[in-house]
Design a protein around this ligand. Sequence first.
Ligand code: NCD
Length: 309
Amino acid sequence: MLKIKNLLSADDLSKEDLLEIIELGERIMKSPEEFSHSCDGKLLGTLFFEPSTRTRLSFESAMNRLGGRVVGFSDSKASSSQKGESLRDTVRTVSQYADIIAMRHPQEGAAKLASTTSDCPLINAGDGGHQHPTQTLTDILTITSYKKRLTNLKIGICGDLKYGRTVHSLLKVMSMFDGNEYVLISPDELKIPSYFKEQVLDANNMPYTECLNLEDVIDDLDILYMTRIQKERFFSLQKYIRLKDSYVLDPKKLENAKKDLIIMHPLPRVTEISTEVDSDPRALYFKQVKCGMYVRMALIMKLLEANNA
Ligand code: NCD
């Protein structure tokens, strides 16, 4: 049984809790029909104050496939926040209707704030450039399923390492597993923040190198995790325009990559992976989307169980 009420950050997950969710995710993936009534009569509230396709639909599909139902909004303009209602009140209200809430918000720390007034378990579906723990569960289920291990891997993470919340959550969780090496590939301006290096990478003795060119390191990688340059988090459009095409993964760059490399991406993709790569058997990003639904089914079940909801 999980020891947490909410999932707000990758920090909330102990290794035991993480592996429990992943193990259930794997079982659901093998035979989803066995779980089609696991959440009969339960209601998920989805509060999306920031755009999303995958994460919201993934949560909604997950709850529907478990036999539960969903209420919520995908556009905060249609909610009472437009009338000046505080986030804390909106969440408190919805937690009177729903058994569990998934929330995305543009402000860092919003999920933690919301959890203080929620009367039901709350899942952070992304808060600004901060954290995105359910994308990490998705990534971990993908790696477990397709690499069969979470240790002794050389993992390249490429793109916007400054604002990419999926990168921050993934590295935090990977700090629990030994023997991995990390290659952080980004333009100078989008390097992983120095506080993060100190508090996560150095604090956990995670071996890492930083570099600018994907071509220089791709041959050696077991996993390549591509990310989008996070346009919405830039203060200057000009800077975004200068950096937006920093990396474009194409078949030529993959020529010398390992045969069993896996290419991951949390999506949405903009220009950083050419569509020609999609048919390469190493391209896993759409399979990753499916893992995201299964792992959210597992998380919903586990949080409801832990909270006796
Ligand atoms: C990511 C996010 O929202 O942080 N998308 C997702 O949830 N799959 C990645 C991104 O937007 O670049």
